[in-house]
Design a protein around this ligand. Structure first.
Ligand code: SAM
Length: 363
């Protein structure tokens, strides 16, 4: 079945792999087989499983990743999503707080920020339905991005879509270019996006959990089922900025209204050995809920400005993990196409060659 693929683009996430990767792996999947991604990011693996009508589990320690992946498994309709937004706006006529530093005054038109704060509050109080989860991801996807002359598609002043603007730089840029924030119709943007992403989706089944994959978080989600496929891409060694680069979306999910330099719940980057040892723990945990012969397929790369070789890190991590490597194939360079490290160009190092590692559970 060919993926429609629209919902996968609900919100960018800066180290996502292309949908074709998990879809290609799952070509040989049989009906009903369980798919797991222990570093699910924006839920590309979960979405691939959905398009093939397979159940899936995703785990990530970043709240932004979890919100996006949950939306990939949400069963809703454009009508229900817009109704959920209207309901919140009725229930929360005034937000209890609106951030008011110079950054916020330049980033959003006053009335737009007020509506966003009301929606934020309503969703923080209750995000228990699939329609609310879909709405939350739509709002995250529209929160910041480029301005368009006709039919605005984002709420913010001119920004990148993938990374949150860094306040000092962004304010300087907006002032220099005389870019004042513009009034946009939040509900209309929600409606358009809901139509685009939720008009025609395959029903989903599965669960996405906010947790640390180094801990035993899988049994609860699997509920006794065994995984046949584990498809994932761990964080790139040396890349530590997942959380601060998403600070504005984290704010929408209840975080502070200032950039927070945290690495909570993230795999250790202190040395290649520590990183490999953390990864090994994750493979062992996934192994506990895997069927004998289950396939583990990992796409992995690294940044060139670190001394460590990504391939030897991943090989080290699989030693004694309960998975045996079968093949290693180059997946192309991260800078040459639709690869997960595409956005590394803003770092000093060019992305290295990525590899796909296929392993099988020996358990
Ligand atoms: C390379 S990204 C995955 C991207 C994903 N393949 C996609 O297409 O969106 C790696 C993810 O691992 C998550 N992560 C890092 N340490 C983790 C941990 N200890 N437990 C769970 N997730 C973790 C990060 O938050 C990040 O979302």
């Amino acid at each position: 079945m060919k993926a429609k693929g629209r919902l996968n683009a609900i919100c960018p996430y800066f180290t996502m792999f292309p949908l074709e990767f998990p879809l290609g792996v799952l070509r040989d999947a049989e009906p009903g087989q369980l798919v797991v991604d222990p570093f699910c990011g924006r839920g590309t693996t979960n979405y691939a499983a959905r398009t093939l009508a397979l159940p899936s589990i995703g785990v990530d320690s970043s709240p932004v990743a979890v919100a996006l992946s949950q939306a990939k498994l949400a069963n809703s309709t454009p009508h229900r999503i817009v109704a959920a937004a209207r309901r919140i706006l009725r229930d929360v006529p005034e937000p209890s707080e609106i951030p008011n530093s110079e950054f916020w005054r330049w980033a959003f038109y006053g009335d737009v920020l007020q509506v966003l704060c009301r929606l934020r509050e309503g969703l923080l109080a209750n995000c228990g339905s699939d329609s609310r989860r879909a709405l939350r991801a739509i709002l995250l996807g529209a929160l910041h991005g480029p301005r368009r002359k006709s039919r605005p598609s984002h709420f913010s002043n001119q920004s990148q879509r993938t990374y949150a603007p860094k306040p000092r730089y962004a304010v300087g840029y907006w002032k220099k270019h005389s870019l004042a924030p513009e009034p946009v119709d939040v509900l209309e943007i929600v409606r358009e996006r809901a139509e685009r992403y939720y008009s025609d989706e395959t029903p989903a089944s599965g669960k996405v959990i906010h947790g640390d994959s180094r801990k035993n978080v899988f049994a609860r989600a699997a509920g006794g089922r065994k995984a046949a496929w584990i498809i994932t891409s761990p964080p790139y060694y040396g890349l530590r900025t997942y959380l601060p680069d998403q600070w504005l979306r984290r704010w929408f999910l209840g975080g502070p209204s200032v950039v927070e330099y945290s690495a909570e719940g993230q795999i250790l980057h202190s040395s290649p050995e520590a990183f490999a040892s953390d990864l090994r723990q994750v493979w062992r945990n996934v192994g506990k809920i895997s069927a004998p012969g289950a396939r583990l397929v990992v796409r992995f790369g690294g940044i060139n400005d670190r001394k460590a070789d990504p391939l030897s890190i991943i090989q080290m991590s699989l030693e004694g993990s309960g998975f045996e490597i079968q093949t290693i194939t180059p997946a192309g360079s991260a800078s040459s196409g639709q690869r997960q490290a595409l956005h590394f160009s803003r770092t000093n190092g060019e992305a290295r060659e990525e590899h796909d590692i296929w392993a099988v559970s020996t358990g």
